[in-house]
Design a protein around this ligand. Structure first.
Ligand code: ZN
Length: 422
Protein backbone atom coordinates (compact mmCIF):
# COMPACT_ATOMS: atom_id res chain seq x y z
CA UNK A 1 0.00 0.00 0.00
CA UNK A 2 1.49 3.40 -0.86
CA UNK A 3 2.26 5.74 2.01
CA UNK A 4 -0.45 8.16 2.99
CA UNK A 5 0.66 11.75 3.40
CA UNK A 6 -1.59 13.02 6.16
CA UNK A 7 -1.38 16.27 8.03
CA UNK A 8 -1.35 16.26 11.81
CA UNK A 9 -2.92 18.86 14.08
CA UNK A 10 0.39 19.83 15.64
CA UNK A 11 0.16 23.58 14.97
CA UNK A 12 -2.48 26.16 15.69
CA UNK A 13 -3.21 26.78 12.00
CA UNK A 14 -6.10 24.90 10.49
CA UNK A 15 -4.70 25.33 6.99
CA UNK A 16 -2.23 22.98 5.35
CA UNK A 17 -0.31 23.98 2.27
CA UNK A 18 0.92 21.24 -0.05
CA UNK A 19 3.69 22.39 -2.37
CA UNK A 20 5.07 20.64 -5.44
CA UNK A 21 7.06 21.52 -8.56
CA UNK A 22 3.86 20.96 -10.57
CA UNK A 23 0.14 21.08 -9.82
CA UNK A 24 -2.38 19.75 -12.36
CA UNK A 25 -5.80 21.05 -11.25
CA UNK A 26 -7.48 19.70 -14.47
CA UNK A 27 -10.19 22.39 -14.30
CA UNK A 28 -7.58 25.14 -14.79
CA UNK A 29 -4.10 25.39 -16.35
CA UNK A 30 -1.10 23.51 -14.97
CA UNK A 31 0.79 25.48 -12.31
CA UNK A 32 4.58 25.40 -12.06
CA UNK A 33 5.81 25.61 -8.45
CA UNK A 34 2.23 25.26 -7.35
CA UNK A 35 0.38 24.74 -4.10
CA UNK A 36 -2.91 23.40 -2.78
CA UNK A 37 -4.32 24.89 0.43
CA UNK A 38 -6.64 22.63 2.42
CA UNK A 39 -8.65 22.96 5.60
CA UNK A 40 -11.28 20.84 7.32
CA UNK A 41 -11.04 18.15 4.68
CA UNK A 42 -11.70 20.47 1.75
CA UNK A 43 -9.54 22.34 -0.75
CA UNK A 44 -9.47 26.06 0.02
CA UNK A 45 -7.36 27.37 -2.83
CA UNK A 46 -5.08 26.27 -5.66
CA UNK A 47 -2.38 28.55 -7.05
CA UNK A 48 1.28 29.37 -7.21
CA UNK A 49 3.39 28.48 -4.22
CA UNK A 50 4.41 32.10 -3.66
CA UNK A 51 0.86 33.48 -3.76
CA UNK A 52 -0.60 30.84 -1.43
CA UNK A 53 2.34 31.15 1.02
CA UNK A 54 1.56 34.87 1.18
CA UNK A 55 -2.18 34.25 1.57
CA UNK A 56 -1.85 31.56 4.26
CA UNK A 57 1.14 32.75 6.29
CA UNK A 58 0.51 30.43 9.27
CA UNK A 59 -0.22 27.34 7.23
CA UNK A 60 1.57 24.07 7.89
CA UNK A 61 3.84 23.48 4.92
CA UNK A 62 4.21 20.06 3.25
CA UNK A 63 6.74 19.91 0.44
CA UNK A 64 6.75 17.10 -2.09
CA UNK A 65 8.46 16.19 -5.33
CA UNK A 66 6.70 15.60 -8.63
CA UNK A 67 3.09 16.43 -9.32
CA UNK A 68 -0.12 17.01 -7.37
CA UNK A 69 -3.25 15.97 -9.25
CA UNK A 70 -6.78 14.62 -8.64
CA UNK A 71 -7.32 10.91 -7.99
CA UNK A 72 -8.16 8.84 -11.08
CA UNK A 73 -11.62 7.40 -11.76
CA UNK A 74 -12.21 3.92 -13.18
CA UNK A 75 -15.76 4.26 -14.50
CA UNK A 76 -16.14 0.67 -15.71
CA UNK A 77 -14.76 -2.45 -14.04
CA UNK A 78 -16.08 -5.92 -13.12
CA UNK A 79 -14.25 -6.75 -9.90
CA UNK A 80 -16.01 -10.12 -9.56
CA UNK A 81 -14.18 -11.42 -12.65
CA UNK A 82 -10.80 -10.83 -11.01
CA UNK A 83 -10.71 -14.38 -9.64
CA UNK A 84 -11.04 -16.07 -13.00
CA UNK A 85 -8.16 -17.18 -15.18
CA UNK A 86 -7.03 -15.01 -18.03
CA UNK A 87 -8.99 -15.47 -21.24
CA UNK A 88 -6.80 -15.14 -24.33
CA UNK A 89 -7.70 -12.37 -26.76
CA UNK A 90 -9.74 -13.60 -29.74
CA UNK A 91 -7.84 -14.93 -32.77
CA UNK A 92 -8.29 -12.91 -36.00
CA UNK A 93 -10.93 -15.32 -37.33
CA UNK A 94 -12.90 -15.29 -34.05
CA UNK A 95 -15.84 -13.00 -33.32
CA UNK A 96 -16.90 -11.01 -30.28
CA UNK A 97 -19.42 -13.81 -29.63
CA UNK A 98 -16.58 -16.35 -29.47
CA UNK A 99 -15.02 -14.34 -26.67
CA UNK A 100 -18.37 -14.24 -24.81
CA UNK A 101 -18.61 -18.04 -25.20
CA UNK A 102 -15.14 -18.42 -23.63
CA UNK A 103 -16.09 -16.11 -20.77
CA UNK A 104 -19.35 -17.93 -20.07
CA UNK A 105 -17.57 -21.28 -20.15
CA UNK A 106 -15.01 -20.11 -17.61
CA UNK A 107 -17.76 -18.74 -15.36
CA UNK A 108 -19.98 -21.81 -15.67
CA UNK A 109 -17.11 -24.12 -14.82
CA UNK A 110 -16.26 -21.91 -11.85
CA UNK A 111 -12.58 -21.97 -12.75
CA UNK A 112 -11.12 -19.84 -10.03
CA UNK A 113 -7.39 -19.52 -9.57
CA UNK A 114 -6.16 -22.05 -6.95
CA UNK A 115 -6.27 -20.73 -3.40
CA UNK A 116 -8.36 -17.72 -4.27
CA UNK A 117 -11.95 -16.76 -3.69
CA UNK A 118 -14.07 -14.34 -5.68
CA UNK A 119 -14.23 -11.90 -2.78
CA UNK A 120 -10.53 -12.23 -1.97
CA UNK A 121 -9.46 -11.50 -5.53
CA UNK A 122 -11.96 -8.64 -5.83
CA UNK A 123 -10.52 -7.04 -2.71
CA UNK A 124 -7.00 -7.59 -3.97
CA UNK A 125 -7.87 -5.95 -7.29
CA UNK A 126 -9.54 -3.07 -5.47
CA UNK A 127 -6.38 -2.56 -3.42
CA UNK A 128 -4.30 -2.58 -6.61
CA UNK A 129 -6.58 0.04 -8.13
CA UNK A 130 -6.23 2.28 -5.09
CA UNK A 131 -2.45 1.79 -4.94
CA UNK A 132 -2.31 2.84 -8.60
CA UNK A 133 -4.09 6.13 -7.86
CA UNK A 134 -7.75 5.25 -8.47
CA UNK A 135 -10.11 6.96 -6.06
CA UNK A 136 -13.55 6.20 -7.53
CA UNK A 137 -14.73 3.02 -9.25
CA UNK A 138 -17.99 2.00 -10.86
CA UNK A 139 -18.11 -1.78 -10.37
CA UNK A 140 -20.60 -3.86 -12.36
CA UNK A 141 -21.38 -7.42 -11.32
CA UNK A 142 -23.90 -10.24 -11.40
CA UNK A 143 -23.54 -11.00 -7.70
CA UNK A 144 -23.97 -8.45 -4.93
CA UNK A 145 -20.57 -8.30 -3.15
CA UNK A 146 -20.42 -8.99 0.54
CA UNK A 147 -20.35 -5.83 2.64
CA UNK A 148 -16.88 -4.49 3.41
CA UNK A 149 -15.38 -6.37 6.34
CA UNK A 150 -13.43 -4.64 9.08
CA UNK A 151 -12.62 -1.26 7.56
CA UNK A 152 -14.30 0.27 4.54
CA UNK A 153 -11.86 0.47 1.65
CA UNK A 154 -10.36 3.91 0.98
CA UNK A 155 -11.37 3.71 -2.68
CA UNK A 156 -14.97 4.79 -3.21
CA UNK A 157 -16.77 1.96 -4.99
CA UNK A 158 -20.23 2.26 -6.48
CA UNK A 159 -21.61 -1.21 -7.22
CA UNK A 160 -24.35 -1.81 -9.78
CA UNK A 161 -26.03 -5.22 -9.89
CA UNK A 162 -26.22 -6.17 -13.56
CA UNK A 163 -29.35 -7.96 -14.76
CA UNK A 164 -30.08 -9.46 -18.15
CA UNK A 165 -32.69 -11.57 -19.90
CA UNK A 166 -33.12 -12.03 -23.65
CA UNK A 167 -36.42 -13.98 -23.76
CA UNK A 168 -40.07 -13.51 -22.71
CA UNK A 169 -39.66 -16.14 -19.97
CA UNK A 170 -36.47 -14.55 -18.68
CA UNK A 171 -38.18 -11.18 -18.82
CA UNK A 172 -40.93 -12.37 -16.50
CA UNK A 173 -38.38 -13.69 -14.01
CA UNK A 174 -36.16 -10.61 -14.14
CA UNK A 175 -39.11 -8.23 -13.70
CA UNK A 176 -40.16 -10.21 -10.63
CA UNK A 177 -36.62 -9.98 -9.30
CA UNK A 178 -36.48 -6.23 -9.96
CA UNK A 179 -39.69 -5.67 -8.03
CA UNK A 180 -38.29 -7.64 -5.08
CA UNK A 181 -34.97 -5.80 -4.89
CA UNK A 182 -34.55 -3.57 -1.85
CA UNK A 183 -33.98 0.08 -2.68
CA UNK A 184 -30.49 -0.21 -1.21
CA UNK A 185 -29.46 -2.35 -4.21
CA UNK A 186 -28.59 -0.34 -7.29
CA UNK A 187 -29.29 -2.32 -10.47
CA UNK A 188 -28.55 -1.87 -14.14
CA UNK A 189 -28.83 -3.70 -17.49
CA UNK A 190 -26.08 -5.59 -19.30
CA UNK A 191 -26.47 -4.84 -23.02
CA UNK A 192 -29.00 -4.46 -25.81
CA UNK A 193 -28.23 -7.92 -27.24
CA UNK A 194 -28.78 -9.68 -23.91
CA UNK A 195 -31.64 -7.78 -22.32
CA UNK A 196 -35.16 -7.12 -23.57
CA UNK A 197 -36.33 -3.51 -24.02
CA UNK A 198 -38.92 -4.05 -21.28
CA UNK A 199 -36.24 -5.04 -18.75
CA UNK A 200 -33.93 -2.22 -19.83
CA UNK A 201 -36.75 0.31 -19.45
CA UNK A 202 -37.83 -1.06 -16.06
CA UNK A 203 -34.26 -0.88 -14.75
CA UNK A 204 -33.70 2.62 -16.11
CA UNK A 205 -36.93 3.87 -14.54
CA UNK A 206 -35.94 2.27 -11.24
CA UNK A 207 -32.47 3.90 -11.43
CA UNK A 208 -34.12 7.28 -12.08
CA UNK A 209 -36.44 6.79 -9.10
CA UNK A 210 -33.51 5.91 -6.85
CA UNK A 211 -31.32 8.67 -8.34
CA UNK A 212 -28.39 6.50 -9.35
CA UNK A 213 -26.50 6.15 -12.61
CA UNK A 214 -27.70 3.56 -15.14
CA UNK A 215 -24.77 1.97 -16.96
CA UNK A 216 -25.05 -0.24 -20.05
CA UNK A 217 -22.55 -1.83 -22.47
CA UNK A 218 -23.35 -0.13 -25.77
CA UNK A 219 -22.14 -0.32 -29.38
CA UNK A 220 -19.10 -2.36 -28.39
CA UNK A 221 -18.86 -4.46 -31.57
CA UNK A 222 -20.09 -4.41 -35.17
CA UNK A 223 -21.78 -7.75 -34.38
CA UNK A 224 -24.07 -5.96 -31.92
CA UNK A 225 -25.02 -3.34 -34.52
CA UNK A 226 -25.65 -6.04 -37.13
CA UNK A 227 -28.05 -7.79 -34.74
CA UNK A 228 -29.95 -4.57 -34.00
CA UNK A 229 -30.25 -3.64 -37.68
CA UNK A 230 -30.90 -6.97 -39.36
CA UNK A 231 -31.34 -9.67 -36.73
CA UNK A 232 -28.40 -11.51 -38.25
CA UNK A 233 -24.76 -12.25 -37.55
CA UNK A 234 -22.92 -14.05 -34.79
CA UNK A 235 -25.22 -12.81 -32.04
CA UNK A 236 -28.19 -14.47 -33.70
CA UNK A 237 -26.28 -17.80 -33.80
CA UNK A 238 -25.20 -17.25 -30.21
CA UNK A 239 -28.78 -16.64 -29.03
CA UNK A 240 -30.08 -19.55 -31.12
CA UNK A 241 -27.61 -22.03 -29.66
CA UNK A 242 -28.65 -20.95 -26.16
CA UNK A 243 -32.35 -21.31 -26.96
CA UNK A 244 -32.81 -17.56 -26.56
CA UNK A 245 -33.70 -16.53 -30.10
CA UNK A 246 -37.30 -15.29 -30.37
CA UNK A 247 -37.09 -13.14 -33.49
CA UNK A 248 -36.54 -10.25 -31.13
CA UNK A 249 -34.25 -8.39 -33.58
CA UNK A 250 -34.77 -6.10 -35.38
CA UNK A 251 -36.88 -5.22 -32.40
CA UNK A 252 -40.53 -4.73 -33.41
CA UNK A 253 -41.41 -1.05 -33.17
CA UNK A 254 -37.81 0.02 -32.68
CA UNK A 255 -36.61 1.05 -36.11
CA UNK A 256 -33.02 1.91 -35.29
CA UNK A 257 -29.82 2.07 -37.29
CA UNK A 258 -27.65 1.90 -34.23
CA UNK A 259 -27.41 1.26 -30.52
CA UNK A 260 -27.85 4.87 -29.40
CA UNK A 261 -30.85 5.29 -31.70
CA UNK A 262 -32.31 2.12 -30.15
CA UNK A 263 -32.14 3.69 -26.68
CA UNK A 264 -33.47 6.95 -28.10
CA UNK A 265 -36.55 5.11 -29.42
CA UNK A 266 -37.05 3.73 -25.90
CA UNK A 267 -36.88 7.28 -24.52
CA UNK A 268 -33.91 6.48 -22.30
CA UNK A 269 -31.33 9.06 -23.38
CA UNK A 270 -30.73 11.46 -20.51
CA UNK A 271 -28.11 12.57 -17.99
CA UNK A 272 -28.68 9.45 -15.88
CA UNK A 273 -27.42 7.15 -18.64
CA UNK A 274 -23.79 5.99 -18.84
CA UNK A 275 -23.00 4.39 -22.20
CA UNK A 276 -19.96 2.14 -21.95
CA UNK A 277 -17.70 1.52 -25.00
CA UNK A 278 -19.55 3.47 -27.75
CA UNK A 279 -17.12 2.19 -30.38
CA UNK A 280 -19.65 1.88 -33.20
CA UNK A 281 -21.75 5.02 -33.03
CA UNK A 282 -22.51 7.39 -35.90
CA UNK A 283 -21.86 11.12 -35.64
CA UNK A 284 -25.62 11.60 -35.48
CA UNK A 285 -25.68 9.30 -32.46
CA UNK A 286 -22.76 11.13 -30.83
CA UNK A 287 -24.73 14.33 -31.26
CA UNK A 288 -27.80 12.67 -29.68
CA UNK A 289 -25.72 11.63 -26.66
CA UNK A 290 -24.35 15.15 -26.28
CA UNK A 291 -27.69 16.94 -26.69
CA UNK A 292 -29.36 14.71 -24.09
CA UNK A 293 -26.48 15.11 -21.63
CA UNK A 294 -25.71 11.37 -21.57
CA UNK A 295 -22.45 10.14 -20.07
CA UNK A 296 -19.96 8.04 -22.01
CA UNK A 297 -17.20 5.73 -20.79
CA UNK A 298 -14.48 4.52 -23.14
CA UNK A 299 -12.45 1.36 -22.52
CA UNK A 300 -9.58 1.58 -25.02
CA UNK A 301 -7.54 -1.29 -23.53
CA UNK A 302 -10.47 -3.69 -23.64
CA UNK A 303 -11.43 -2.58 -27.16
CA UNK A 304 -7.88 -3.24 -28.35
CA UNK A 305 -7.75 -6.63 -26.59
CA UNK A 306 -10.99 -7.76 -28.23
CA UNK A 307 -10.14 -6.15 -31.58
CA UNK A 308 -13.53 -4.45 -31.81
CA UNK A 309 -12.27 -1.09 -33.06
CA UNK A 310 -11.61 2.39 -31.72
CA UNK A 311 -14.27 4.77 -30.39
CA UNK A 312 -14.73 8.08 -32.28
CA UNK A 313 -13.25 10.20 -29.51
CA UNK A 314 -12.52 13.20 -31.71
CA UNK A 315 -16.20 13.39 -32.71
CA UNK A 316 -17.26 13.12 -29.07
CA UNK A 317 -14.95 15.96 -28.05
CA UNK A 318 -16.19 18.08 -30.97
CA UNK A 319 -19.71 17.69 -29.58
CA UNK A 320 -18.49 18.72 -26.10
CA UNK A 321 -18.73 15.27 -24.56
CA UNK A 322 -15.98 14.50 -22.04
CA UNK A 323 -15.96 10.69 -21.83
CA UNK A 324 -14.81 8.84 -18.73
CA UNK A 325 -12.27 6.00 -18.87
CA UNK A 326 -12.69 2.42 -17.70
CA UNK A 327 -10.51 -0.68 -17.69
CA UNK A 328 -13.38 -3.18 -18.01
CA UNK A 329 -12.42 -6.56 -16.49
CA UNK A 330 -9.35 -8.76 -16.60
CA UNK A 331 -11.37 -11.06 -18.90
CA UNK A 332 -11.02 -8.48 -21.68
CA UNK A 333 -7.85 -6.58 -20.88
CA UNK A 334 -4.18 -7.34 -20.30
CA UNK A 335 -4.00 -5.13 -17.20
CA UNK A 336 -6.46 -3.03 -15.24
CA UNK A 337 -4.40 0.14 -15.11
CA UNK A 338 -5.86 3.60 -15.77
CA UNK A 339 -2.38 4.98 -16.61
CA UNK A 340 -2.14 2.36 -19.36
CA UNK A 341 -5.63 3.25 -20.58
CA UNK A 342 -4.46 6.85 -20.99
CA UNK A 343 -1.40 5.60 -22.90
CA UNK A 344 -3.52 3.49 -25.26
CA UNK A 345 -5.93 6.37 -25.80
CA UNK A 346 -2.98 8.60 -26.75
CA UNK A 347 -1.74 5.98 -29.21
CA UNK A 348 -5.20 5.55 -30.74
CA UNK A 349 -5.88 9.30 -30.89
CA UNK A 350 -2.56 11.13 -31.35
CA UNK A 351 -4.34 14.37 -32.22
CA UNK A 352 -6.22 14.55 -28.91
CA UNK A 353 -4.37 16.87 -26.48
CA UNK A 354 -2.84 15.14 -23.44
CA UNK A 355 -4.68 17.61 -21.18
CA UNK A 356 -7.97 16.24 -22.52
CA UNK A 357 -6.87 12.66 -21.83
CA UNK A 358 -5.99 13.61 -18.25
CA UNK A 359 -9.39 15.32 -17.89
CA UNK A 360 -11.12 12.14 -19.07
CA UNK A 361 -9.32 9.99 -16.46
CA UNK A 362 -10.29 12.38 -13.65
CA UNK A 363 -13.09 14.90 -14.23
CA UNK A 364 -14.82 12.82 -16.94
CA UNK A 365 -15.05 9.87 -14.58
CA UNK A 366 -16.16 11.92 -11.58
CA UNK A 367 -18.89 13.57 -13.68
CA UNK A 368 -20.03 10.18 -15.03
CA UNK A 369 -20.51 9.02 -11.45
CA UNK A 370 -22.17 12.28 -10.38
CA UNK A 371 -19.28 13.01 -7.98
CA UNK A 372 -17.73 16.07 -9.63
CA UNK A 373 -18.65 18.31 -6.69
CA UNK A 374 -16.22 16.35 -4.52
CA UNK A 375 -13.67 14.81 -6.86
CA UNK A 376 -12.15 14.94 -10.35
CA UNK A 377 -10.41 18.33 -10.07
CA UNK A 378 -8.25 20.30 -7.67
CA UNK A 379 -10.47 23.29 -7.02
CA UNK A 380 -11.91 25.13 -4.01
CA UNK A 381 -14.59 23.07 -2.30
CA UNK A 382 -13.40 19.66 -3.50
CA UNK A 383 -12.47 17.00 -0.94
CA UNK A 384 -8.88 17.09 0.23
CA UNK A 385 -8.00 13.66 -1.16
CA UNK A 386 -5.59 13.82 -4.06
CA UNK A 387 -2.48 12.31 -5.58
CA UNK A 388 1.20 13.05 -5.45
CA UNK A 389 3.03 11.20 -8.21
CA UNK A 390 6.64 11.20 -9.34
CA UNK A 391 9.01 9.39 -11.68
CA UNK A 392 12.27 10.05 -13.48
CA UNK A 393 10.26 10.97 -16.57
CA UNK A 394 8.37 13.65 -14.62
CA UNK A 395 11.53 15.07 -13.03
CA UNK A 396 12.99 15.70 -16.46
CA UNK A 397 10.09 17.72 -17.92
CA UNK A 398 10.69 21.37 -18.77
CA UNK A 399 7.23 22.72 -19.47
CA UNK A 400 3.50 22.08 -19.14
CA UNK A 401 3.25 20.34 -22.50
CA UNK A 402 6.02 17.88 -21.64
CA UNK A 403 4.47 17.29 -18.22
CA UNK A 404 1.04 16.33 -19.56
CA UNK A 405 2.67 14.28 -22.28
CA UNK A 406 4.66 12.32 -19.67
CA UNK A 407 1.68 11.91 -17.32
CA UNK A 408 -0.65 10.53 -19.98
CA UNK A 409 1.86 8.76 -22.22
CA UNK A 410 4.43 7.36 -19.84
CA UNK A 411 2.45 4.69 -18.04
CA UNK A 412 2.20 4.32 -14.29
CA UNK A 413 4.53 6.68 -12.32
CA UNK A 414 7.07 4.93 -10.10
CA UNK A 415 5.85 6.81 -7.00
CA UNK A 416 2.13 7.16 -6.32
CA UNK A 417 0.98 8.34 -2.93
CA UNK A 418 -2.22 9.76 -1.54
CA UNK A 419 -2.63 13.04 0.26
CA UNK A 420 -5.61 12.65 2.55
CA UNK A 421 -6.74 15.29 5.00
CA UNK A 422 -9.88 15.42 7.04
ZN1 ZN B 1 -17.88 -4.47 -19.09
Amino acid sequence: MPPFFSASNSTSSSVSLYLAPWVVPVSSPVIRDGAVAVSNGRILAVGSSSSLRAQFKDARIHCSQGVLLPGLVNAHIHLELSAYPHIPCPAPEETFCDWIRSLLQVRQEGQIEPGESDDGMSRQMLQQQHDAGVLLLLDIGNVQPSPPSVNPHPAHVTFLLELLGPTAKAEEQVLARISSLPDSVMATAHALYSTTPVIITALKQRADRLHHIFSIHLAESTDEIELLRSGKGCFRSFLEERGAWENSFPCPGIDSHGAVEYLERLGLLDAGLLCVHCVHVSEKEVQMLAVRGCKVCLCPGSNRFLGVGVAPLEQMLRHNLLPALGTDSIASNEELDLWREMQILREDHPEVPPAMVMAMATLGGAAALGREQDFGTLAPGRKAIFLNVDSQLLQDVQNEKQLLDALTGGGSPSTIRWIVEG
